[in-house]
Design a binder for this molecule. Sequence first.
Ligand code: ADP
Length: 258
Amino acid sequence: LRDRKLICQIIPFENRRQILVTHDATESARIEEMRRDFIANASHELRTPLTVIVGFLEIASSTPDLDPVSRQAHLSLMTEQGRRMQRLIEDMLTLSRLESVDYPLRPEPVRVAALVEEVLQEARALSGGRHSVTASVDGPDIVGSLEELRSAFGNLASNAVRYTPSGGTVHIGWQGGDGKSTGPQFVVSDTGIGIDQHHIARLTERFYRVDKSRSRETQGTGLGLAIVKHVLLRHRATLTITSEAGKGSSFIVTFPGP
Ligand code: ADP
């Protein structure tokens, strides 16, 4: 019983006897702790940009003759921080929707070739020509939520671009499974910075980041892979991550077999 949280209650019973009721609260305590962590992390993430915005607003209001160059610099920093808050809130809302029981999966036939093309164009736009971004499609269409899959695949592809230095390559692929236990697979591989083994198991936790400053610099919220995990859970798909620090990573989504 070590490491378990038990709630014990002694209830008086007839003839001066007593009943001992125990309840194993380990799981609910763990969920409660995760919720507390999430709120603390989210508040901290929102507080940082807000501090910058309020700081600049105070400077602007106490310096009426602020020169136009500084004024412009302050305005663009505030816009950047405001956008960061918007991204965070969007991702937090997406996550809470994905977890809600009132938000069932709405499956529809998904034309994967069109979806991969969309993800490819987005990744190329994000790269701005700094990487070679390619795609291949060689697998069947599937049934799922187009909106959710767009978000999961898009997150994986944008991570590949964001964590790959200029000059690297990113490949996005859709392939058929083995026709038995393995269904179709969506694969994103990159020649980027890679991930040390001991981080891999924790990557899909909310706000878990190997390098906070790099994530921020590239407009990350730390929630992308948590969103991916939830979308995949809802589609009964799994995520396999293989990576080598300094060499690159592969993220493989496997859908259920036929
Ligand atoms: P973020 O917004 O920080 O990118 P994610 O949840 O998408 O958050 O990813 C969590 C962390 O996983 C990232 O901060 C980064 O450290 C690591 N990561 C994700 N994808 C890759 C990748 N393709 N290459 C290297 N590291 C990655």
